[in-house]
Design a protein around this ligand. Sequence first.
Ligand code: GTP
Ligand code: MG
Ligand code: ZN
Length: 294
Amino acid sequence: MEYARGIVVSVVAGYYFVEHANKIYLCRGRGKLRLDNLSPMAGDIVLFSPGKGDTGSVEQVLPRRNFLLRPAAANVDAVVIVLAPQGPQPNLLTVDKLLALLVSMKLEAILCVNKADLDPQAARLLAGIYRDAGFASIICSALTGHGMDELSQMLGRRTVVLAGQSGVGKSHISSQISLGQLELPVQVGKLSAKIGRGKHTTRQVSLLPLAGGGKVADTPGFSVFELEMESHDLHRYYPEFLNSGQCKFAPCFHIHEPDCAVKARLQQGEINPIRYENYIKIYTELQEREANRY
Ligand SMILES: Nc1nc2c(ncn2[C@@H]2O[C@H](COP(=O)(O)OP(=O)(O)OP(=O)(O)O)[C@@H](O)[C@H]2O)c(=O)[nH]1
Ligand SMILES: [Mg+2]
Ligand SMILES: [Zn+2]
């Protein structure tokens, strides 16, 4: 049996939607995949055996360049963190956790402040926090279309994931910048109702083609985000801490240590107090988890 090579564009209720030669195949996973404990995720390159019509079986998941568990996506070039000045209120602690994870993975993060139409000034403030910290950030409105071209240009040919709280506008952004919805096979039947996008909260990842040749993954929103890392590593993933100059102690976690260059810059207003406060909160959470580990 000949295997075909495709990319998983969505996963719904144990079915894998695999795109191959401009067609989407509705696939099940072979038992071996379950034995290997390798559940295909959107973005995975897989080998599959085409069956009747547009169906098939995923035989093998090819090695991943990288992957994220929340939102679940593999072989990603960048993550666009979407937030809004209101509706919902931004949760910057969650944004900072996600940023620390992405920096630790050496994955590019782009901050996208959507719904700028609701409060342009608050949107500028939010974007400024992250631009000052060293991240690319843009201000946009999926409703008015403002900033959509700029975002498309930034994404270009890359495979990017939209991540962020429920209701910030990820699905609206992805329908603005992508070339359209997934062309689903006819057999999908009831499943296609579940994958419908638009008004309703998104339930699964869908990888859509971008005008510039790349792909964008619309994903379900999340409110809690568990960061898994050592508390003592966290400070390495704050770009604005790294060029602070010399602290007296090495390593310095920039908390209680005397003669700390990061705290000096915080005092001078060169490091954003919200970023710093959230750093302390995340550090403390990680320490508490480490204390309860054994
Ligand atoms: N005012 C305003 N409303 C927007 C904008 N973008 C999206 N919305 C509205 O915000 C609501 C949520 O938008 P979605 O795109 O579904 O949000 P989402 O991030 O995909 O939400 P989940 O799928 O639940 O994670 C909808 O009612 C949209 O009409 C915007 O730029 N401005
Ligand atoms: Mg959505
Ligand atoms: Zn320090």
